[in-house]
Design a protein around this ligand. Structure first.
Ligand code: SF4
Length: 312
């Protein structure tokens, strides 16, 4: 993988389209993705963005941004301390076209340095969307920031299967370690959301729903036919995913009937209607369930958490 620094001039990018109903801006501190050759890279919609790939194969590069702290300060101050008019809302989704916690974050610390900056310039809402358990590295910082503004952590877990049949790329992190990360974040009082996006074949939908229900406040389910940013999943249909599903005997998971059945199971197990979101509406619903609001306002520091996957 080719890793290079690049300069960021505008770290806060105005939203539109899929995320435009709930968020005002997105932040991507990397370009490309270190997980691009893993399972999620197979169907990752970011690979279709020519501005990011610039002709490079998805999974072959990671651009590491610099200069974004200065840019964040300047853009933040223009939004929140305008020369004229009222302050503007700042609801951030991080990240929309990259992973905010790739393994390289452990040395590059792009995300961590921005979170530290946000302590003095807090947005109204920060949603961190990750495919990895490494977000827990920043648990003390996230807990501190959550006392300054609304923070929500989304972790994607698309399947309960530890491995998929031959031909599928392997998962960068197992479902179990990602579920454990949600558990740790929730125990620390952070609002947590499991994103089953896009839904992949499940061994046991009821058990999966129960496992997720125990570790998150809400769940968002999506299917590539609904949420890959193209009409009728045209982008994903150009990838190997539908063919691999069919070859493995999972052709029905390419349709919406089984998706709707899984949504119904999750609605039963999560109970309250507002705890299960679907596709675009689910991602843009920035509602915090009542039970979590009390924890969010708790001024006590979170206790030390164990980081179970580090032992693996
Ligand atoms: S972690 Fe996210 S951005 Fe990276 S390849 Fe997977 S889906 Fe795409």
């Amino acid at each position: 993988m080719r890793i290079e620094p690049i300069t960021s001039r505008h770290v806060l990018n105005p939203t539109g389209g899929f995320l435009g109903d709930g968020f005002t801006h997105t932040i991507n501190l990397y370009r490309g993705c270190a997980l691009g050759n893993s399972l999620c890279g197979l169907y990752c919609y970011a690979q279709w963005n020519p501005h990011h790939t610039r002709g490079r194969a998805w999974g072959s590069f990671l651009d590491v941004k610099t200069g974004f702290l200065e840019s964040y300060r300047a853009q933040y101050d223009r939004l929140k301390h305008p020369l004229r008019g009222a302050p503007k809302p700042l609801r951030i989704f991080m990240s929309s076209v990259t992973e905010p916690y790739p393994p390289q974050e452990r040395t590059a610390r792009r995300t961590r340095s921005l979170l530290e900056e946000m302590l003095s310039r807090p947005p109204d809402l920060l949603v961190i969307q990750s495919h990895t358990p490494l977000v827990v590295d920043d648990l003390p910082l996230l807990t501190k920031l959550h006392r300054r503004c609304r923070v929500q952590i989304n972790i994607t877990v698309e399947t309960d299967k530890p491995t998929l049949p031959q031909g599928f790329p392997s998962q960068a992190y197992s479902p179990a370690v990602r579920i454990e990360a949600l558990r740790t974040l929730k125990a620390a009082g952070l609002p947590t959301v499991a994103t089953v996006s896009p839904l992949l074949p499940l061994d046991d939908p009821r058990k999966f729903a129960r496992d997720l229900e125990a570790v998150c406040d809400r769940v968002i389910l999506d299917h590539y036919l609904l949420g890959d940013g193209s009409p009728h999943g045209q982008r994903t249909k150009q990838t190997d995913l539908p063919r691999l599903l069919e070859r493995a005997g999972y052709a029905e998971w390419s349709g919406l009937q089984i998706f709707e059945e899984v949504v119904t199971i999750f609605q039963e197990i999560f109970g309250a209607e507002d705890r299960v979101g679907v596709s675009r509406g689910g991602f843009n619903d920035i509602h915090v369930p009542e039970a979590r609001k009390a924890a969010a306002s708790d001024p006590e520091p979170a206790p030390e958490q164990s980081l179970p996957w580090r032992r693996q």
